[in-house]
Structures are given as C-alpha cells and as structure tokens.
Design a protein around this ligand. Sequence first.
Ligand SMILES: [Fe+2]
Length: 313
Amino acid sequence: MIIKDQNDVTKAVLSEVERTKDPRTREILSALVRHLHAFAREVRLTEKELRDGCAFVVELGKHTNESHNEVVLLCGSLGFSSLICLLNNGNNGQTETTANMLGPFWRLDSPRTENGGSIVRSPTPGPALFVTATVKDNQGRPVAGAEADVWHSSTEGFYENQDPGQADMNLRGKFITDAQGRFSFRSIKPAGYPIPIDGPVGQLIRAQGRGNMRAAHVHFLIRKPGYKTHISQVFVNDDPYLETDVQFGVTQALVGNYVRHENEPAPAPDVQGPWYSLEQTFIMEPGDDALPRAPITGKAAGERPVLAVIERQ
Ligand SMILES: [Fe+2]
C-alpha cells in the first residue's frame, strides 16, 4: 500500500505479515511488529537512535564466534532468557521449577564420566566439592537412566572454552542417573565470574550502572526420552552476587545448600582443608527431550583473556 502517515506504516506491515503461511510464525511476527512499532512510538525513537541500535545489533554478531556468543549474553543480561525459561517450565509458569536458562557456555559432547567421578581434568585451584543430585518426575518418582550434563567455571572465573590454560572439557562431564535417579561427582566449588564486557553487552551494563558479575553456580542439562529436557543452574548460597546476578538467573528454588565441612573426613582421601558438599533435587516434567542448539562449538586459542569487572554503582 502507499503510505499516508505514520499510522499507515504499521497497518501496511501487519497486512503483509498476514501472508505468512505458518500460523505460529504469523502470530509471532504480527506481535513483534505491533510491539516494535508501539515501542518506537512510546519512546519517540529518533533516526540517530535507530542507526545506533542497528550498529549495536551488528556488533552483537561481530563479537560472536565459536567460543563466545554475545547474542545469548545479551538475552541473559536483559532478563529475557530467565523470563522465557520461567514461562515455559513449572507447568508453564504456574508452579516453582528447578529449571533455569542454558547460558552461553554449554558445549556438546562433554566426556561421559562414571558416577562419583571427577570433572577436574587439569589442575584447578579451589576447595573440593562433592555433588549428589537426584532427578525426579513431577510425581516424586526417581528418573533412572537420565543423562545429566554438568559444567561450570573455574574459581578463576573462566569456563574452559574461554581459557587456553585449562584442559579441553575441564569442569565438564556427563553422567547417567542410577535406579534411585541419582548421580554424583567431584569438582571444585565454583566462584562467581564476570561476564565479558568487551562488546556491546559491556556498553549496556556500563550505561545502566550495573555490575557484570554472575553469582557462582553449576550448570546442569538433564534429558531422557519422555521428559522435557531439564536445564538448570544451582547457585552457591554464600555468594555475594545472588541479589545482583547480571543474568537474572537466581531463583529461590535454585539457591543450593552448599555445605562447608571443616575437620571432617572428605569422601576422597586426597582432600586437604575445608571442602563442600551439595545435595540437589531436580524435577523433570513430561515433554520433548530435544537438545538445545549449542551456543558455542569450540575452545579459545592463544592467551588467556583478562577478566574485567565492573562494579555496580
Ligand atoms: Fe555459567
């Protein structure tokens, strides 16, 4: 249509969207156009602001490579990943859930590890952590034979894919739940880490006067046919960033009970000094066991990057 004024633009686009054959795609595109146009009207977006916004999106792509995903990082930093997770889990947002967002650091094909085994694959500082997890269905019955993928950052704040100093797949492993729905492993107690701020997400964080720290956590991805793939993060209860996690990931259900043990014998004889244990239950819902698309596919080479921390103002 030939457009008369600003109101006509929205009508013109929506009428073209109606041509979309797939009903769900049409629903999404229609709502997207309506909200996007309404957003521009609400803030009276200027031409320069549109150009700056386009440049921002271009930078998201330029800062994405096989070992880093700036787009996923932005979704988390806007609370969008957390929102989508909570809308789609816990009976579609009606009840508490142990689901959480995937984040940008999950890799496919982490090494299969025996129950009780260690995921520390190269020397990594930090107190020992012994995790026992139980997977149940929403009737409280154990889920046996589920595959549980685990990953977390080092106490120095790096996932192995960011850090050429760590062995490939360090602090990553995959387990199978036993007849009681349990799996267990040894690792180190994770520390919180700063998200990368050398790209557009860093600009956003600075502009808002926020910090870039994530509260310490261990990631889980649990799957079994017949169940919805259960993605989770369990946060460290003594972490100073629980209230200000830059990815808005900390939910009440997922502040884990990491117990500190002093002068108690550890489950492994080589442990010296204080160590930690964590017991955690995950509740799976019926659904699709599809794997998500892996946000990254490889490991960084060259020098270990310098971690930059922005303090919250
Ligand atoms: Fe993480």
